[in-house]
Design a protein around this ligand. Sequence first.
Ligand code: DPM
Length: 325
Amino acid sequence: MTSVFSSARVIRIGSRKSQLALVQTHWVRDQLQQAYPDIKFEIHTMSTQGDNILDVALAKIGDKGLFTKELELGMINNEVDFAVHSLKDLPTKLPDGLILAAITERENPADAVVLHEKYKGSTLASLPVGAVIGTSSLRRLAQLRNKFPHFTFKDVRGNLNTRMTKLDSGDYDALILAVAGLERLGMSDRIHQILDPEISLHAVGQGALGIECRANDTEVISILKAIEHPETRDRCLAERAFLRDLEGGCQVPIGVNTEISGDNNENLTLTGIVASVDGQNIVKNTVSGLAKNAESLGTELATILRSQGATEILETIFTEIQRGS
Ligand code: DPM
């Protein structure tokens, strides 16, 4: 391909340093390098707040941009040109001057169960009363407490390897983790069960990568279109509009599921749930419409769930988190 871009330019990619972030960033870099052999891409790594604070429950250290803020500053200060994020970690409102330029093809967005080896061959449902389930996600916690009130839920932080070590050493009977993260790190053989949407609706944007860049950098924006996946984009825009409208950061018990259908992938169905942390109070509904109206479908679903009581559930959670309970 003859490049219409200034050949002198080196494009600097911002990434977190974690193993998962680097796998994702290298994948993006490789795709772009293939599409644009003449451009030089460079990866610059940075630590984020979320990487540095490992001993405090996620929900208590605030939600907005825990894993993304330092990378965003890097773009604003012109130290890097774009950043690769797990889309689910990217807040629904971006800082002025930055945009979500591309969303890549989503992997399996579901949650997975990883069991201690002594439960080989079982499923979550067959674990004994009091089994210790590790998760730091209020979304997973709330939905699983609703279905399995007889389990004990315990916070777990750290990277995937750290979490696996804690599971293997007997601190937990099971962990709940994203299928996509386990697959990207070559750990799919540790998955015992993939949770169906009836048990756990996944997080907004889960399984997709979001690429953020400066809103005025037309050259980078146009380069990034090479790795955009239109169906994933429609699904994730609907999910993000839903979350944005409910003003839930990424650490609240809000889950979604989306499906695309129709001969030309023109239809979109979005299901959403808002749950209280104890799993007792749940509102859930589904909307369908044209995929090209993805964002209005998200807003429509948010309005419906508010009329079912979502606002009260979320307000209670924010008060509880602020009080530190
Ligand atoms: C967010 C959540 C978690 C991550 C909350 C949620 C999980 C935290 C935990 C917003 N970000 O899902 O309800 O369970 O302790 C994260 C993971 C991935 C991206 C790991 C995971 C990989 C999958 C992907 C952490 N961020 O969810 O197991 O790219 O979607």
